[in-house]
Design a protein around this ligand. Sequence first.
Ligand code: TXA
Ligand code: MG
Length: 338
Amino acid sequence: MFDTELLDGSEGSVRRAAALIQSGEVVGMPTETVYGLAANAFDPAAVAKIFAAKERPADNPLIVHISDLTMISDIAAELPQIAVTCAKKFWPGPLTMVLPKTPNVPYITSGGLDTVGVRMPSHPLALALISAAGTPLAAPSANLSGSPSPTCAAHVMKDMSGRIPAVIDGGECDAGVESTVICFEDGAIKILRPGRITAQMLAEVNPDVRIDKGVLHAVDNGERVASPGMKYKHYAPKAKVTIIDGSREQFAAYVSRNAYNGTFCIVFDEADLGGAEVPHIVIGGTSEEQAHGLFAALREADERGAEEVLTRCPKTDGVGLAVYNRLIRAAAFRVVKL
Ligand code: TXA
Ligand code: MG
């Protein structure tokens, strides 16, 4: 049991967190997407502590975070030209590239795979921590496995207090959904997990962008998947989430017919409720706002003791695809089409 320290964003805090990492510990780290649970990617014992703290299945690989492009040669055995182009265009930023791994990357970090996901985050405290630690950091999202990802330090404290020695408070995450994960296949870019870097943005590098079928559909148990994370229960609050796919008026009518005292609504605009008095949270009308607010909204449903969450259905283009991909998993693929 740790008495988990909440560190501010000062230089002293970064030095303290870096020292913890160098001694083989795990630290909560802010990034521009969601908070991560960071440890030395090359140290199998340290990485084992990440899996233990999160209660994460061992075959779900971790993303390795770098602060400088020169670090990549220790991690990736090959760097195709298209990866270099993506790195120049999107790093630092919310893009993870799956590449063949070097023997330096232990199998515990790559979830037993011969590939590894690499990204350079843009949050200044993440960059500072990686450079101060002097090593690439393996970091999954800092939630308990299965729960909504943390988008502020308080969320990390809620899930990880007592399990890790420290969390750096870097404020609210900007994107709110995890990085876009891609791999390169048959000359195409394949999106394994959608995020803030959209298919349209990737098409500027290579017009052949494909979307893995696991992004929008449930993956059967036992099915071989490109991104192992897809097969697990994900992002789910304790409450039962249902997506209501219809117009604002249809949503309001559905809520007024079906809401009971355990219902909580996630809406884009106050007007979505048509005046119904139901506990709710407004996450905004644009896909960027919805991405920013979604995980906090799912956590708030639990804080308020909701039994059921009824949510409006996000658009699925651009950043909306990332919002829909997370929400459909939180809802265990329950959609009511009106
Ligand atoms: O934005 C993010 O990516 C955050 C922050 C902390 O950087 N990290 C994050 O990590 O979301 P995590 O572990 O929660 O999700 C990593 C996803 C999983 O779906 C995993 O299966 C996939 O990336 N992934 C990692 N390495 C992979 C690999 N070698 N091949 C295929 N998928 C991989
Ligand atoms: Mg995660």
